[in-house]
Design a protein around this ligand. Structure first.
Ligand code: 5GP
Length: 174
């Protein structure tokens, strides 16, 4: 690693593998006999999604959306727009949103509201990392790790587009 920052491991790739397998088992059990639409939020969820779907033993459809905040505030404003929208119709589908990390919950909360208006037959949220200390309000149906309020990178998560490729999860210290 060539970073001037000193990322420290918070969660190892072995622990992540185990947790993704546990989540996949739970999801497979709950969606038995169904054909859910898994909607990943880009960019951070792409590695989690790729690992998760390969461990499901149900047929699932996959799509991704890209969300971004209005303006350039560093803190999530809650005013989010869907940049790259849905290709798959949501109406009447069992929709499971796949998110890498939930912090305040504003981003995914907006997206869940957006989806609800499109009348899915069910709507749930799966998040691999949860930072509950700053949460506004959002129900997480499938939760992986609860982590402290620190900035993390790796396993799809970036710092200025770096570190997404790392297999472990790291805390970035300033
Ligand atoms: P929220 O709207 O829940 O406050 O923020 C959600 C988004 O902020 C996540 O989808 C993610 O893109 C980004 N985010 C929040 N916390 C972290 C973090 O610790 N590391 C990284 N890389 N991104 C984060």
């Amino acid at each position: 690693m060539t970073a001037p920052l000193k990322p420290e491991i918070l969660i190892t790739k072995e622990e992540i593998e185990k947790e993704v397998a546990r989540l996949a088992q739970e999801i497979s059990r709950d969606y038995q006999g169904k054909h859910p639409l898994l909607l990943g939020i880009l960019k951070g969820s792409f590695i989690f999604m790729a690992d998760l779907i390969r461990l499901l033993d149900i047929p699932a459809e996959v799509d991704f959306v890209s969300l971004s905040s209005y303006g350039s505030a560093r803190v999530t404003s809650g005013e989010i727009k869907v940049v790259q929208g849905l290709r798959c119709p949501v109406k009447g589908r069992d929709v499971l949103v796949i998110e890498d990390i939930v912090d305040t919950g504003l981003t995914v909360g907006y997206f869940l509201d957006y989806l609800k208006k499109r009348k899915p037959s069910s709507l749930k949220l799966c998040a691999l990392f949860d930072k509950p200390s700053r949460r506004v309000s959002v129900p997480i149906d499938y939760r992986g790790f609860t982590i402290p309020n620190r900035f993390v990178v790796g396993y799809g998560l970036d710092y200025n587009e770096r570190f997404r490729h790392l297999s472990d999860l790291y805390v970035v210290e300033d």
